[in-house]
Design a protein around this ligand. Sequence first.
Ligand code: NAD
Length: 485
Amino acid sequence: MSYDTQPKASHFIDGAYVEDKSGTPIPVIYPATGKQIALVHAATPAIIDQALAAAHRAQKQWAAMSGTERGRILRRAADIMRERNHDLSVLETHDTGKPYQETIAVDATSGADAFEYFGGLAGSLTGEHIQLGENWVYTRREALGVCVGIGAWNYPTQIACWKGAPALACGNSMVFKPSEMTPLCALKVAEILYEAGLPAGIYNVVQGLGEVGASLVTDPRVAKVSLTGSVPTGKKVYAAAAAQMKHVTMELGGKSPLVIFDDAHLENAVGGAILGNFYSSGQVCSNGTRVFVQRGIKEAFLNRLTERLSTAVIGEPLDEATNFGPMVSERQMNIVLDYIEKGEKEGARLVTGGKRLDRDGFYLQPTVFADVTDDMTIAREEIFGPVMAVLDFETEEEAITRANATEFGLSAGVFTRDLSRAHRVIAQLEAGSCFINSYNDAPVEAPFGGTKMSGVGRENSKAAINHYSELKSVFVRMGDVEAPF
Ligand code: NAD
């Protein structure tokens, strides 16, 4: 392979690449071929300590800089990311197997958006003045300290930036651990931040499996933990952070409902369902994988969906024409195949797909099940693959009740031409990130995150500032102190 995917070293600490080959080897596999394209090593206790010590040492000085100065560095990083979009996208494609057609449009660009947006906000982060007669209170918005970011494997560049940008804008430092499945992209984010002028120690990347994440979370130098991952991991990380009363952001999984009414614009509803189930081969947390379709439009919906899915270009992800790539790993592919088997066994009707492709790599067909009922495993559990479950419904009330009958609450969508119904239904759906006549848009200006078991806190938008800073209030007395003794 002519493109060099092997990083200079496994970790990026205190402004430089660092290696320690005594850490557990982590081979990096290109999902389109199943071949190894790089090797990194998990952080040893010494590496973890080095990263946390650097982040701890550097943070106070970073927080003491003006927000405008911090923001300038983040905005410069955004520009560099945009200039290097092609190379970063090729790397993201190698790391994840997602088609270049997606990575060139979504990954480094949304990372750059985060640096630009929070870089812009950094200079205007202020407290307030509260007058109380002649006395007064002022609040200071202060950094939390060292933040730990832990990432999932589906959007390695984006996650590294969505956590890093608000953390750094608020004056925190960060130690980021990417998923062991996709260790390459976060190192490039760190490199770019330093090129943009970030002081050493403020953004560090260490590799490793869950145990490395666990030691970061429990270290007393850490003030906050932001995890993107599954609900089971979220429960463990949240509990560990709670033991030391740390701040958390939890971006976890989902089984989100997409409700399509009879009066929906058919082409748009099918388009929304495709985006909400098959983008990134279905490996998107907010996907609307329970597609509730009102009876009157069901056959037309399924026919058009099947027609459009037959035009998917499945192939080598680096080919610009490809718009559907492999699963991230053999393991994830097998998990999805198990769910497909369960769907068939439990009596769902396989409309299209359902098989592994006969070629190298971890490719599955885009898969649609119809006549799915609420009790089936494929309607209850997050599959995290290209498997859509279509469920029928009759009335608005029924759709809302059934859509909410889940422990998850990440996203929800509604397709209808009736605007009052759209707003009425979306208001009743229990989810954090919702869509009307659209699906899976995630602009940096909008809060993103889940309710119920899907998470705690919000990423992006001004809301993220509250999760990466805290308020100190200062009461100022202008006159004498009256004490009883
Ligand atoms: P995962 O939970 O297996 O792993 C996530 C990260 O946590 C990895 O970096 C892993 O090494 C680390 N980890 C595992 N055990 C840990 C522990 N005990 N302590 C600290 N860290 C630990 O998730 P995954 O398979 O990488 O990603 C898929 C999941 O992520 C899906 O459930 C998906 O919905 C979710 N996800 C959520 C969002 C969101 O923003 N809500 C975005 C992307 C993915």
